[in-house]
Design a protein around this ligand. Structure first.
Ligand code: FES
Length: 579
């Protein structure tokens, strides 16, 4: 724990902006928004809210932000609440609209930075509850390095079809439903396995209220990763969206930022290489989303910590997957909340020396100190396996290399579908054409589906292939086809899937050279991705390959495409800028 600071130094940014006769005009703007004379002596704390009724993930965030405001004010700060944007992958996936998704991560980071910087905030709480606003907030926290705590909006409860609401003989009565259930129902419907009535019943019951998508998809993965990084309060990642625990978490987060200022703790004291290794370890043990690779690389880049895709391989060799959570597993996040969340799992990992206990957290305590009183999971629970009886003995997040991905690629390999696949390429320029071919039966067992022109620059925006992977599952082809893309995957995707293929096709990566019928070999034991075509033939194809025109010459998608790095570097937009 660092030495406490005196009062004047608690206002490193608001002081120069608001103190002294020459800053009277600035102060005069703040009386109407609720400031008193006394407030100008307090540290100014921003509360960045991602509230919106664009999506259920964030529809309750306004209330959470107000609780964080109360916590900051009660602990001697003066809080100001402001909004940033959010979008919803659950709505946009499978459509051109999805190209804005990853872009929104950068817009959110930039917009929080803009307000915190311009308003002279000494610290801030960022409250997020959807896939991109969480890493977006964390990129800003790492970039600005002002006292900050992240609050997760909390998980949604599962949806449920009852005998009263479901069609007769519905296979879904009593099952936990969520957004991925709907995507997979679309595939089942296309395969003629379920009726129009059944699809409609699933669609209308799967999302019962506020909160983030309910499996170990990207939002819950990132919430867990951020807690393991030490940037949210203990247990923040495993609370239901609508719960007294979540309201309390917000108040305590507001208070904690003021305390960070007093102790002189800044995010980069917390966001060390050890912290990122802890986050990777927890993500693997939970069976988390491939998006964690992209987002942790991006947050590390903002924190100026050297993290590479190879760190995932190194750590992945010794960390097992222990959680039986959706999408590959059985249980929802709210079931994990009910048995104690991720803290007992972190204690297990710490006891096995897989976590760095000396990593600092935003509480001012080390990770080990925050875990000292954590009780084990209740006896008989089925969600988190014993360490010696894992779901998979090493990481499900596999980094592939090979002549098809010399810059790397990321797969989510649970082992359920096997570890090796050899098949014939069937190539699609973009997601929509691939989805149509899966649904109409053009894609058959033995195919390696290549979806290209979906990379960070070429898409642009690296769309998630949730609709195609769900359609594959719905069609019953999960073990019989493989999907490779320079796009990425939703946390809800599962099956034989490898994304982030780098270099992407738009910049002339080998994925651009694949032709229908080429043999492709995927080996998760060796972590290789091989295009079985001779070097001479590939050189010939390369010569004939022309760079496509940019899809968006103006606007935010064009700005993103112009600046974005490769997926293997986190697809960030503020690195190595030519100034
Ligand atoms: Fe917001 Fe899934 S769409 S968490």
């Amino acid at each position: 724990m660092k030495k406490k600071k005196n009062n004047a130094s608690l206002r490193p940014f608001s002081g120069p902006l608001l103190d002294g006769p020459h800053r009277a005009a600035a102060r005069s703007m703040l009386y109407p928004v609720g400031f008193t004379e006394e407030d100008f002596k307090k540290p100014l704390i921003g509360i960045a809210s991602t509230w919106s009724n664009v999506t259920p993930c964030n529809i309750h965030i306004d209330k959470l932000a107000l609780e964080a405001e109360k916590g900051a004010n009660a602990n001697g700060g003066k809080a100001i609440v402001f909004n940033t944007i959010t979008v919803s992958d659950g709505i946009s996936n499978g459509n051109e609209a999805m190209k804005y998704s990853l872009v929104s991560r950068e817009v959110i980071a930039d917009s929080i930075e803009t307000v915190v910087g311009c308003a002279g905030m000494d610290g801030f709480v960022a409250v997020g509850g959807c896939d991109k606003n969480m890493p977006g907030a964390m990129i800003c926290i790492a970039r600005m390095n002002r006292a900050a705590v992240f609050v997760y909006g909390g998980t949604i409860l599962p949806g449920c079809l009852t005998a009263a609401t479901a069609p007769a003989n519905s296979p879904n009565i009593g099952k936990d439903l969520d957004i991925v259930s709907v995507f997979e129902a679309v595939g089942q419907h296309a395969a003629g396995k379920i009726s129009d009535e059944e699809l409609h019943a699933v669609e209308s019951c799967a999302i019962p209220g506020p909160g983030s998508c309910g499996g170990m998809y990207t939002a819950n993965t990132m919430a867990s990763a951020i807690e393991a990084l030490g940037m949210s309060l203990p247990n923040s990642s495993a609370q239901n969206a609508i719960s007294p625990a979540k309201m309390d978490d917000c108040r305590r987060a507001g208070a904690a930022v003021v305390e960070m200022l007093r102790q002189g703790i800044r995010p980069r004291d917390i966001l060390t290489k050890k912290a990122f290794e802890n986050a990777i370890t927890v993500v693997i043990a939970l069976g988390g989303s491939t998006n964690a690779v992209l987002h942790l690389l991006a947050i590390a880049s903002a924190a100026e910590v050297k993290l590479t895709i190879d760190d995932f391989t190194r750590i992945g060799k010794r960390v097992p997957v222990l959680a039986d959570l959706k999408p590959s597993g059985k249980y929802s996040m709210s079931a994990l909340v009910a048995i104690g969340g991720i803290r007992p799992l972190m204690k297990i990992l710490l006891d096995k020396k897989l976590l760095h206990g000396d990593a600092l957290t935003c509480t001012g305590e080390t990770l080990a100190e925050t875990l000292r009183n954590v009780k084990p999971y209740p006896t008989g629970q089925q969600i988190i396996r014993a360490f010696d009886n894992p779901i998979k003995k090493d990481s499900h997040l596999v980094i592939f290399y090979g002549n098809l991905a010399p810059g790397g690629a990321v797969g989510k390999i649970t082992g359920k579908e096997g570890s090796r696949f050899e098949g014939k390429a069937i190539v699609f320029e973009g997601e929509e054409k691939a989805l149509k071919a899966i649904l109409d039966g053009t894609v058959k067992a033995g195919h390696v589906i290549i979806i290209r022109s979906e990379g960070p620059k070429g898409g642009p925006g690296m769309r998630e292939m949730l609709a195609p992977t769900s359609a594959i599952m719905g069609k019953g082809l999960g073990k019989d086809v493989e999907l490779l893309t320079d796009g990425r995957f939703s946390g809800g995707s599962h099956g034989f899937v490898v994304g982030h293929v780098t270099p992407e096709s738009y910049v002339g990566g080998p994925i651009a050279l694949v032709k229908n019928g080429d043999k492709i070999i995927f080996d998760s034991e060796k972590r290789t991705l091989t295009l079985d075509v001779s070097k001479t033939e590939l050189a010939k194809r390369k010569k004939a390959c022309k760079k496509p025109a940019p899809r968006y010459p103006r606007g935010v998608l064009a700005k993103f495409a112009a600046h974005v790095t490769s997926a293997s570097e986190g697809a960030v937009t503020d690195k190595d800028l030519e100034l």
